[in-house]
Design a protein around this ligand. Structure first.
Ligand SMILES: [Zn+2]
Length: 307
């Protein structure tokens, strides 16, 4: 079951020739969810073959331009592509006040219904049969939201040999996958544990855009499988990181260790680092399983969770 992370942009502040500002697409079973929408996001979607028609929810972490300036362009292009259905933009209510009039001005008469949904400080902001998305607070220079994608537990796996042995009718299989016992015609009960195997462990992914290092972030993302955490600076800018509401790669790794995650992905790099290897090395001194994000890189979250 597909659960991929596509990096569209992992630079901070402004676009450069090396990096786009923040944006990524979580592909969950071919439904696309965008998290942040810096400039260049729509071009990267095309480069990666990600279809606008599959994108219906966009989550904006906060109202700094490097996280939302791509939104008017993307939504306008999506309208020209005659995408139907509904597109929901989840962002802070202050952001909606600023962005909604501008976007409606440029995206008049969209083929899709455009909705703006204010983000709560905390809680579930999206749910379907297979997935929940939660938001939680980050600690930046203005209100900022993180997001956790949690796959829902799947049903129990049927043991084919036992299903055949007990000649269980097809109409009862769904109930057994949900945990029911099987009652034979003679009144005997076959317990569910004889008929099924445990399901695959569900996978979770957390996105932490701009934030200072804060224990409350570690508590919010505790136990997720894969964590994307901003790492704007290396150790050389640790003092400036605090003043600017950002983290160093080492601090991101400390959060990953505190939270007990399985894998850490770094991003939101300052343009002062042409070579990112010091960020990776410093992070790995605190936490072993670290990857660098890069534009166009696709992470298989199922694979990373099981490494
Ligand atoms: Zn910011």
């Amino acid at each position: 079951m597909k659960f991929d992370l596509n990096i569209l942009g992992c630079g901070s502040a402004t676009p450069t020739v090396r990096h786009n500002p923040s944006s990524q697409i979580v592909n969950f079973r071919d439904k696309l969810f965008m998290v942040d929408c810096g400039e260049g996001a729509q071009v990267m979607m095309k480069r990666l073959g990600l279809k606008f028609s599959r994108l219906s929810h966009i989550f904006i972490s906060h109202m700094h331009g490097d996280h939302c300036f791509g939104l008017p362009g993307l939504l306008s292009t999506m309208s020209l592509h005659e995408k139907g259905g509904m597109v929901t933009v989840h962002m802070q209510s202050e952001g909606i006040k600023v962005m909604e009039p501008m976007i409606r001005y440029f995206c008049d008469n969209t083929a899709y219904d455009l909705r703006f949904e204010p983000l709560p400080a905390q809680g579930v902001v999206y749910e379907d049969d297979g997935l929940t998305i939660e938001t939680f607070p980050l600690y930046h220079r203005l209100p900022c939201s993180g997001f956790i994608f949690r796959e829902k537990p799947s049903l129990l796996n049927l043991r084919g040999d036992m299903v055949r042995f007990h000649q269980i009718p097809v109409r009862q299989l769904h109930a057994i996958k949900c945990g029911a016992d099987f009652f034979k015609d003679d009144g005997t009960v076959v317990p569910n544990s004889h008929l099924t195997l445990p399901p695959r462990r569900p996978v979770s992914y957390a996105y932490c855009s701009d934030t200072v290092m804060d224990r409350r972030v570690a508590a919010s993302v505790k136990g997720v499988d894969v964590l994307y955490h901003e790492s704007t600076y290396a150790d050389d800018y640790e003092v400036q990181a605090v003043h600017r509401g950002h983290s160093t790669a080492r601090q991101a790794a400390k959060i990953a260790a505190m939270a007990g995650v399985h894998h850490l992905i770094l991003g939101h790099y300052s343009k002062r680092y042409r070579d990112l290897s010091p960020l990776l090395a410093e992070a790995r001194e605190e936490f072993p399983a670290v990857s660098l994000s890069d534009e166009g890189r696709v992470f298989d979250l199922n694979g990373l969770a099981r490494q």
